[in-house]
Design a protein around this ligand. Structure first.
Ligand SMILES: Cc1ncc(COP(=O)(O)O)c(C=O)c1O
Length: 358
């Protein structure tokens, strides 16, 4: 606390990102990064862009990247906004597209950055409880609100909402912006991008951090009606006109174009998720059905927080949330086959979890 902080900063409860340990040789399954490297095309493009051109500011509108995203999704560049990570785009949305007179609606168990943005921008919020199976109740988003946001698949549950559920929420809120945060969509959910022509209140956000393995580059995009995109441009140009640097733009364009690498690596993650799920279930863990690159899992008869600490001693980091309804769960990122094996081996080595024989 400092007397130089204004009252808004004094009242903030900032987001706490997952640990980025400096130790080598850790099995790092705590922040939903992709275990495979980014597209070699992206790495080459970044290397090529690292020249004296860095003297100049980058394209403020990210024209080439908007075109590459539009080409990938079969939409128009006017429907695409690009930003320095989807987190930053979400911040712009909370700042300028949600109405301040009524609470923002989001699920009770969801991405913990949403309440932080409400705090930052002075917005009220109201949560909608997931059902007993941890699914988003599509008919629960009807109270008066200043905007609606939810991830699909949801985080940290990993559970996807089918598109008819997304449409129910859109139709119930024709005068409010409904944001579908699709950070993990490429690992098994259906994208709402194909609904943008039908619903002018829909904004879909995606990131290159997960399925394109570029968390270190910080690139995200939003897709929606050109009026919403123009609103985001206005906010961006009142905050930072050059949010994406030349290296990020070059790498992101190449990554969007490398469809083979994208397809191969996301399929590998999906296959490994199924193997991880099977391995955990065989040890008696409950695993929620995930369409993401992580699973939320409940160890049998064991305190999840203690288990997470124990795994850390064994060199494996997973994420535990001290949060009602999920405090007995761990969120485990899907890693490589070797990392899955190391995790399962570490669990077996604790002597409490035994393979079920059928
Ligand atoms: C649901 C959700 N949305 C958005 C993000 C942010 O992604 P980015 O790396 O683009 O900021 C994350 C990151 O973990 C996430 O879990």
């Amino acid at each position: 606390m400092s007397r130089f902080w204004n009252s808004r900063v004094q009242g903030l409860e900032p987001y706490v990102p997952g640990e980025q340990p400096r130790m080598q040789r850790l099995v790092k399954l705590n922040t939903n990064e992709n275990p495979y490297g980014p597209s070699p095309w992206a790495l080459e493009a970044i290397r090529e862009a690292a020249d004296e051109g860095l003297r100049l500011y980058p394209d403020p509108e990210g024209t080439e990247l908007r075109q590459a995203v539009a080409d990938f999704h079969g939409i128009q560049p006017e429907q695409v906004f690009v930003g320095n990570s989807s987190d930053e785009i979400l911040a712009h949305i909370f700042h300028g597209l949600f109405q301040p007179d009524e609470p923002v609606l989001f699920p009770d168990i969801t991405y913990s950055f949403y309440p932080v943005y409400c705090g930052l921008y002075g917005l009220e919020s109201r949560t909608v409880a997931l059902d007993e199976a941890f699914r988003i109740p599509a008919d629960g988003f009807c109270p008066p609100n200043g905007g609606v946001i939810f991830p699909n698949p949801n985080a940290p549950t990993g559970i996807a909402l089918p598109l008819d559920g997304v449409e129910t929420i859109l139709a119930a809120n024709p005068d409010r912006v409904v944001v579908v945060d699709e950070a993990y969509v490429d690992f098994g959910a259906e994208s709402a991008i194909r609904l943008v022509d039908k619903y002018p209140n829909l904004l879909v956000t995606q990131t290159l951090s997960k399925s394109r393995s570029l968390a270190g580059l910080r690139v995200g995009f939003a897709v929606g009606h050109p009026d919403l995109v123009e609103g985001l441009q206005r906010i961006k140009n009142s905050f930072n006109s050059y949010p994406l640097d030349r290296l990020a733009l070059a790498g992101a364009v190449a990554a969007m174009k490398d469809r083979d690498h994208f397809e191969r690596t996301r399929q590998a993650v999906i296959a490994e998720r199924e193997r991880l799920t099977g391995g955990l279930e065989a040890l008696g863990f409950e695993v929620l059905p995930s369409a993401a690159n992580f699973v939320l899992t409940r160890p049998p008869g064991r305190n999840a927080e203690q288990l997470s600490a124990k795994l850390r001693e064994q060199g494996i980091i997973v994420r535990h949330f001290r949060k009602a309804r999920i405090e007995q769960f761990l969120r485990i990122t899907v890693g490589t086959a070797e990392q899955t094996d190391e995790l399962l081996e570490a669990l077996r080595a604790q002597g409490e979890f035994h393979e079920r024989t059928s």
